[in-house]
Design a protein around this ligand. Structure first.
Ligand SMILES: [Zn+2]
Length: 360
C-alpha cells in the first residue's frame, strides 16, 4: 500500500481575525507533519487549484462569484467565516487537493492519500460559505470521482460537527453515501438520525448524533455496530474521510472525549473497509481540530495508520474479519470497554431511522 501526503506552505496564507480558532498556526502544524514525513523519505505532493468546472459540480455560479469577489480583501462572510487577501486562492488549493487526491487513487489502486488543507470544507453549502469553510473540499472530491465514472463513493465524516454542506449536496444522490458521527445537539444544528436522504437518495445519508462526552468506546461501538456494517453493505469503490480532529478530548470547541489512539483505531477500521471494497483507495481530507498539540498527535497517528508504518491492534474486529478468523479476540461480543449509554442511545436512534435501508 503506498501513501501520498498532499501539503503546501500556501495553506498558511489564509488568515482569520485574531482569536479565531481556525488560526494560521494550524498550517504550521500541518507543514511540520509533512516535513517530518518527507525527511523520512515519504512522498509529499503540492496540490493543484480546483477549476471552475470542478467546483460548479457542487457549488452555484453565484457562490463562486461571491468568493471570487473576496480576492485581495479581508471580508466577513458570516459571523464565523472570514477571508484575507489570499484566501480565495488558498481555498482553491484546498478543494484541488481533495480532487487531486481522488485522481491519484483512481488512477492507481492501492494508494491512500491524506490532504492537509485549510480552510476546512464540510460546512460550505452549495450556495454559501459557512462555519470557517469557503468551498466544500471533500464534496468536490466526491463529485470528481462520480465524474470519473465511479458509482459508489462513501464519505465518512468524523469531525465533531455535522457536515451540513456535504449532506445537502448529496441528499438526493444514491451514488454518494454520507455517514457522519457528530456531537448533537450542536453547531450547525443539522444531523438528526431522521435525516436519511430524499427520493432516490433515501438511506444514503446516515447520521449518528452523539451526546457530548462520548468516549473512545462509544465511537468504537458506533463504528462496529453502524458505520462499518453500512459501508460493508454499500460496497464503495472509493472511501473519502472528512478528517476533523475536533472530537479530541482536548479540543476547545466541542465536548467529546476521543483520544488520538481512539481516532487511530477509527481510521484503521476505515482502511480495512477500503481494503475490502475499494482496492485500498482512500482519501482523507482534513477538516477541524483546534487544539494544536492534539491536532499534531492526530495527524501523526493518521499518517502512521494510512502508511501502514506501525502495527495497529484493531480495537474491534469487523463482521467480515470475524467470519474469516476465529482468533477469539476480545470485543467481538458486546460493546467495547468504555462504551456508555451515549452510544447505546445513538445506535437505537440510527436503527429506528435506517432499518428499512440497512441491516443493523
Ligand atoms: Zn468541526
Amino acid at each position: 500500500m503506498s501513501f501520498i501526503l498532499i501539503s503546501s506552505a500556501r495553506f498558511g496564507d489564509h488568515m482569520n481575525p485574531p482569536g479565531h480558532p481556525e488560526r494560521v498556526e494550524r498550517a504550521d502544524v500541518m507543514d511540520s507533519v509533512a516535513a517530518e514525513w518527507a525527511r523520512g523519505g515519504g512522498i509529499v505532493r503540492e496540490p493543484r487549484a480546483a477549476t471552475r468546472d470542478e467546483l460548479l459540480r457542487v457549488h452555484t455560479a453565484d457562490h463562486l462569484a461571491a468568493i471570487d469577489q473576496t480576492a485581495g480583501q479581508a471580508v466577513s462572510l458570516d459571523p464565523d467565516t472570514f477571508t484575507s487577501p489570499l484566501s480565495r486562492d488558498v481555498a482553491l488549493l484546498a478543494a484541488g487537493a481533495a480532487i487531486g487526491g481522488v485522481e491519484a487513487v483512481i488512477q492507481s489502486a492501492a494508494v491512500r492519500v491524506l490532504a492537509l488543507v485549510r480552510p476546512p470544507g464540510h460546512h460550505a453549502e452549495r450556495d454559501k460559505a459557512m462555519g470557517f469553510c469557503l468551498y466544500n473540499n471533500v464534496a468536490a472530491g466526491a463529485a470528481h470521482a462520480l465524474a470519473m465514472g465511479l458509482e459508489r463513493v462513501v464519505v465518512m465524516d468524523y469531525d465533531v460537527h455535522h457536515g451540513n454542506g456535504t449532506q445537502w449536496m448529496f441528499y438526493d444522490e444514491p451514488r454518494v453515501l454520507y455517514i457522519s458521527t457528530h456531537q448533537y445537539p450542536y453547531y450547525p444544528g443539522t444531523g438528526a438520525a431522521e435525516e436519511v436522504g430524499r427520493g432516490s437518495g433515501a438511506g444514503f445519508t446516515v447520521n449518528v448524533p452523539l451526546e457530548a462526552g462520548s468516549t473512545d468506546g462509544d465511537y468504537q461501538e458506533i463504528f462496529k455496530a453502524v458505520v462499518v456494517p453500512v459501508i460493508d453493505q454499500f460496497r464503495p469503490e472509493l472511501m473519502l474521510i472528512s478528517a476533523g480532529f475536533d472530537a479530541h478530548e482536548r479540543d476547545p470547541l466541542a465536548r467529546m472525549r476521543l483520544s488520538e489512539a481512539g481516532y487511530a483505531s477509527l481510521t484503521s477500521s476505515l482502511c480495512d473497509a477500503a481494503d475490502r471494497h475499494c482496492r485500498g483507495r482512500l482519501v482523507a481530507v482534513t477538516e477541524g481540530g483546534y487544539e494544536l498539540s492534539a491536532l499534531r498527535a492526530c495527524l501523526e497517528s493518521t499518517v502512521e495508520v494510512l502508511a501502514d508504518s506501525r502495527p495497529t491492534a484493531p480495537l474491534f474486529s469487523s463482521a467480515s474479519s470475524a467470519s474469516s478468523t476465529s482468533s477469539g479476540a476480545p470485543g467481538l461480543e458486546g460493546p467495547p470497554p468504555g462504551a456508555t449509554a451515549r452510544s447505546r442511545a445513538a445506535r437505537a436512534a440510527v436503527r429506528a431511522a435506517q432499518s428499512k435501508y440497512w441491516r443493523l
